[in-house]
Design a binder for this molecule. Sequence first.
Ligand code: FE
Ligand code: CA
Length: 519
Amino acid sequence: MSPISSRSDPRRGLDRRLFLTRLTAAGAGLMGVSACRRWVRPRFGANPFTLGVASGDPTANGVVLWTRLALDPMQGGGLPAEQVEVLWEVAADERFSRVLRSGMAAAAPELGHSVHVEVDGLDPDRWYWYRFRAGGEESAVGRTRTVPLGRPDRFRFAFVSCQHFEQGLYTAYEHLADEDLSLVVHLGDYIYETAARDAQVRRHASDEIESLDDYRNRYAQYRLDPLLQRAHARFPWVVTWDDHEVDNNYAGPFAQDSTPEAQFLERRAHAYQAYYEVMPLRRTTLPRGPDMHLFRRVDVGTLATFYVLDTRQYRTDQPCGDGVKPACDGVFDPDARMLGQEQERWLFRELDRSPAHWNILAQQVPLVTMERGDPESPKYSMDKWGAYAVPQWRVTRRLADGVSNPVVLTGDVHTNWVGDVRTSYEDPDAPTVATELIGTSISSGGDGGDYPETRAAIMSRQPHIRYFNAERGYVRCDLSGDRWTADFRTVPYVSRPGAPIVTRASFVVTSGRPGAVRA
Ligand code: FE
Ligand code: CA
């Protein structure tokens, strides 16, 4: 990102009465949380925009702008416990010669001095540039884009997941930032909660994280990575979480280990708050204690709708004591929940009345059942949809029931897969009702490889699996009314910088014909 060159007074040209109105409105929005004094004329002594800028959840006429003030980002932020006023500006060009929207937002200490601005009044399907200013200091410039109205000819986005800081560099993001995309979708494992470990590519700065400050500092360590920061500044992002934003394989109120529920929910509250603070999310997602309403819809005109799901917060505990094992009775528990009642009802209702051509579930764990181990006595990961057979069946049935072009996007497993979502994985004649695209990790798992023998073995005994690859990278998608092209973009290593990117494989889904075909 190029730093700001203009030092002109950003308030210039703003009608004074309008300015005061906006200031009051911005302040009123925060009354509910902030009981703190205002820091009227902040002088930071250094640039507080160390964590960069981000934008997200675009609509046809608006987007969320994000930043967070932090002078000492990995030690709690380093700002006094006072509210700081931050000016934001949106322009039609990179040099800000035409500022279209601007206003004041409050960075409150209760929310880690984060800033979330919900801008509206923009035009559909356009690039915009934005920046922030506080105490005479300016942020980097971010670029963002509104989504189209109506039915655009095409739409390009990429989806990513799993960026373990210690296990690899963010080279994939370096390449992603140069792609021609309108949106990035993150499917979770944005951070990992684990303690620092030696002999990795780089090191977490602390032990396993528990407190609000721990989570804030961990997010800061990740977000200080310049390649990740740049990827945020280049495109709007739509984010959801998986387990590691809180604790490995947690399920609802259940920790991975035997931590009592009440104690774990306290930790979950810290994790959710830090997540809200660091992401470009709307105020409707603001957490209340250990609860945060993250599931939502993002429309791309009538070409596509993303149903952004949360398969962690509302699920029942993993059956059979978690792990990878043969299926026990718990896999078929009729009361098992993956989305929870409210989210599942919401999803099915939205699918019922969806005008979208492509209906996209943006979620975490594999929906198709995947076997592991010896084919004679198959084992299953108890953390995935296949171990929650009744909810898996309900969602699959629902997708089969007249939903236009359903596509499932998945992260979690640190490998690339293409799957046919079928009504049964035992009956070879069961119909394919949707396509699942499982994207590999950005860095989790280290260098990885293409592993053609593994791919051949997996595909020979599971006909619903169309592809497997274990390199790092992201999935680039190009949608039109006729077809969806998915490019599996991979880097050969993440243990040292500078890896090139290639399209390792491309798959095409044709409108009206579920199931991807290798291009
Ligand atoms: Fe992961
Ligand atoms: Ca995961």
